[in-house]
Design a protein around this ligand. Structure first.
Ligand code: PXG
Length: 290
């Protein structure tokens, strides 16, 4: 595997970062997870815009332009000869001293990994995921905005641990007020009476790229979708629930807190969107220069 670090394409065994990198010492940095399908990177520009916005929000200067970043990302995929897979792109604050001060880190580091990912086994896409509500809340925007895709994912990891300890696959995370925000690495959608709702970003949801793509698909298919503040009640009483995320793609949620959602099986709107998303993902994107 070839990994991009700060302008160099390195073998996996040589792809190392300093123990003084503030990305490691403090989780000081931002990242993206991006998929590519059939030799094209899906929504590359949207991912990079979000990356640069996350960086801007934490006052981190990325030492290359967005165009240079796009080129480096495409080249990393090409160098690995992969046609379908997953990119992890990180920008860390860089090497600094043992102290919080980011001004002691003269240059941010850029790391690009192109690999493959399988979050869930195939049968989960047919049977759906079991969900629990976790006690860990989405952080309030009064601390770090939940819109920043930062290298500190401990909150989400704590939520994932809760889900797994409860014997479930995913956790529904509420915000401080108790409204539904999202899952640990996915946005959430609820279907009722043929209409779809999803929490707005101000409920604590990340502005997901897959969320946007699926909303576009629904508009095209004539399925009404609205952003609405919601509680767990809407999930308990839904006909269908589905999650969207780069890694998970589109996947059904079939129970919450051991209560079946609808029939307890993936519903027709979810299955239709899974199918349409696969088509969309395989028919657009920035071509990789192999
Ligand atoms: N919410 C959160 C908190 C996320 O981290 C999404 C929603 C979905 O957004 P996109 O743009 O990917 O549609 C994410 C995505 C994983 C994993 O293993 C997922 C994410 C990051 C790291 C790992 O599922 N981010």
């Amino acid at each position: 595997m070839k990994i991009y670090i700060d302008g160099q394409m390195l073998d996996e065994k040589d792809a190392k970062i300093s123990v003084f990198d503030h990305g490691l010492l403090y989780g000081d940095g931002v990242f993206e997870g991006i998929r590519f399908y059939s030799g094209r990177i899906f929504r590359l520009e949207q991912h990079l815009v979000r990356l640069y916005e996350s960086a801007r929000a934490i006052a981190l200067t990325i030492p290359m332009t967005i165009e240079e970043m796009a080129e480096a990302t495409l080249k990393t995929v090409a160098a690995n000869g992969l046609r379908d897979g997953y990119i992890r792109l990180l920008v860390t604050r860089g090497v600094g001293t043992l102290g919080l001060d980011p001004d002691r880190c003269p240059k941010a580091s850029v790391i690009i990994i192109a690999a493959t990912i399988a979050l869930y086994p195939r049968e989960r896409y047919e049977q759906g995921l079991t969900l629990i509500t976790c006690a860990t809340r989405r952080p309030t925007p009064a601390s770090l905005s939940p819109r920043v895709k930062s290298l500190n994912y401990l909150n989400n990891i704590m939520a994932k641990i809760e889900a797994k300890q409860a014997g479930c696959e995913e956790a529904v995370m509420l915000n401080e007020q108790g409204y539904v925000a999202e899952c640990t690495g996915d946005n959430i959608f609820v279907v009722k009476g043929g209409k779809v709702t999803t929490p707005p970003t101000y409920s604590g949801a990340l502005d997901g790229i897959t969320r946007h793509a699926v909303m576009e698909l629904m508009a095209k298919l004539g399925i009404e979708c609205r952003e609405e503040v919601m509680t767990r009640h809407e999930i308990y009483t839904a006909d269908e629930v589905f999650l969207t995320g780069t890694a998970a793609e589109v996947i059904a949620g079939v129970s919450l807190d051991r209560r079946d959602i609808g029939t307890g099986k993936p519903g027709p709107i979810t299955l239709r969107l899974v199918e349409e998303f696969t088509k969309m993902a395989n028919s657009e994107g920035a071509p990789v220069p192999y």
